[in-house]
Design a protein around this ligand. Structure first.
Ligand code: DOR
Ligand code: ZN
Length: 426
């Protein structure tokens, strides 16, 4: 039994109210302006910190099995806890790929001792090769939370339609990495001013837009639940909004880097390379608008750790991806909420309620009877991001050295304290 006193809860927008929360048997059992305390309760004085549901990131790469030099479930879980997360969904571009029920069951087993909820996507296609669909029903029964071939777009139109029909029958969400390879043209950063000036090959917006448009049409036609991963272009927001107006069951996510950076921030440095790439201000502003209007429901980091050696090969030679779990909330609070681009409520909703609703989770709300998955954040604290201090094995973040306001202090998972005063409790 834990009593949290003196916490601040979001009432609306940026407005905070004082609250006490009583946690019992892994659930939030009461929320009121003042509660108890009674003998035998463990009391935590939140000292005015923000209390929110534990953050949920439905798009991370934990690299296990297959790539332990980049990350493991253990190190990625620790990074997530540090970042205030209590639930993450890991993508299946690992080796071997969890494309059979046995392999999926093995993934679930690997994560059973993790301090937070680690769920797994099943791939849409065997080995993410885009040729043959996996057995969605068997993979769901083995524990898959949703379906994705992330890291790759599904190139074949007919196969995607068939996948949607089958996913609908299993009531599984398809989370799609939209990338039409026939339009890629060897590109690896955004096809814009920076690419032209520095003689790099560009990825045009159409690479993402064309496949997203196809998928939205197919999602409407089949009635499938469909979610666009890491949206990066202004038109993909327009397309998603349009499909929602038809009544299609479609949603979208955006990553912190696409909300904060553009190709004008690019350096000749692998830490600025991810897929999809950093776009332009028109895209960034439309993504922010999409969050504000509710067209985009989810902020997901696409946490993609790589070794320093791999990332030392510049823009052309480095693999795609940057880390994100340990920096998402402080960065977005400092550079989007503080200057007034979005409200604190919009930020927190996109990291809790949005994923809860899109993926039909129990966690992700502050309510009596809800799981006691909670994050306490000190909004008054300030620090400089040091990638070298991160729990993740990945040091590949372009935000190294950025000053941020707010610090994740305490994380509670199912009523158990797993982070306290910024320190992981083992
Ligand atoms: O930047 C990325 N990295 N984008 C992806 O789609 C895959 C990911 C990875 O696995 O590294
Ligand atoms: Zn992806």
């Amino acid at each position: 039994m834990i009593l949290l006193t003196n916490a601040k809860m979001i009432r609306r927008d940026n407005e905070l109210i004082s609250a006490d929360l009583f946690l019992q048997s892994g659930k939030i059992s009461r929320i009121a302006s003042q509660i108890g305390p009674e003998a035998g309760w463990k009391v935590i004085d939140c000292n005015g910190m923000l209390v929110t549901p534990g953050f949920i990131d439905p798009h991370v790469h934990l690299r296990e099995p297959g790539f332990p030099d980049k990350e493991t479930i253990r190190t990625g879980s620790r990074a997530a806890v540090k970042g205030g997360y209590t639930t993450v969904f890991a993508m299946p571009n690992v080796s071997p790929c969890p494309d059979t029920p046995q392999r999926m069951a093995d993934m679930v087993l690997r994560a059973q001792d993790a301090p937070l909820d680690v769920r797994f996507y099943a791939p849409l296609s065997a080995g993410e090769k885009g040729e043959e669909l996996t057995d969605f029903q068997a993979l769901k029964e083995a524990g898959a939370v949703a379906l994705s071939d992330d890291g790759k777009g599904l190139q074949h139109n007919g196969l995607m339609r068939q996948a949607m029909q089958l996913a609908r029958a299993q009531d599984l969400v398809i989370a799609a990495h939209c990338e039409d390879e026939s339009l890629l043209n060897g590109g690896y950063i955004h096809d814009g001013l920076y690419a032209r000036q520095h003689k790099h090959r560009g990825i045009s917006r159409s690479v993402e837009d064309v496949q997203a448009a196809r998928d939205l049409l197919l999602a409407h036609e089949t009635g499938a639940r469909y979610h666009i991963c890491h949206m990066s272009t202004h038109r993909v927001v327009d397309l998603l909004e349009l499909a929602q107006s038809w009544g299609a069951r479609v949603s979208g996510e955006v990553s912190p880097h696409h909300l904060l950076l553009t190709d004008s921030d690019l350096r000749e440095d692998g830490r600025y390379k991810m897929n999809p790439p950093l776009r332009e201000e028109i895209d960034r502003l439309r993504l922010i608008e999409g969050l504000n209007t509710g067209v985009i429901q989810v902020i997901a980091t696409d946490h993609a750790p790589h070794t320093s050696e791999e990332k030392s090969r510049g823009l052309a030679g480095s693999p795609f991806g940057i880390t994100g779990l340990e920096t998402a909330f402080p960065l977005l609070y400092t550079y989007l909420v503080k200057p007034g681009y979005i409200t604190l409520q919009t930020l927190v909703d996109a990291m809790t309620k949005g994923p809860r609703q899109v993926f039909g989770l129990e966690a992700g709300e502050l309510a009596e009877g809800a799981p006691a998955d909670l994050t306490l954040t000190d909004l008054r604290d300030e620090y400089v991001i040091h990638a070298a201090d991160h729990e993740s094995k990945g040091r590949n973040t372009p935000f190294d050295g950025w000053r941020v306001k707010s610090r994740v202090d305490t994380v509670i998972k199912s009523g158990r304290i797993i982070l306290q005063g910024g320190t992981i409790l083992d």
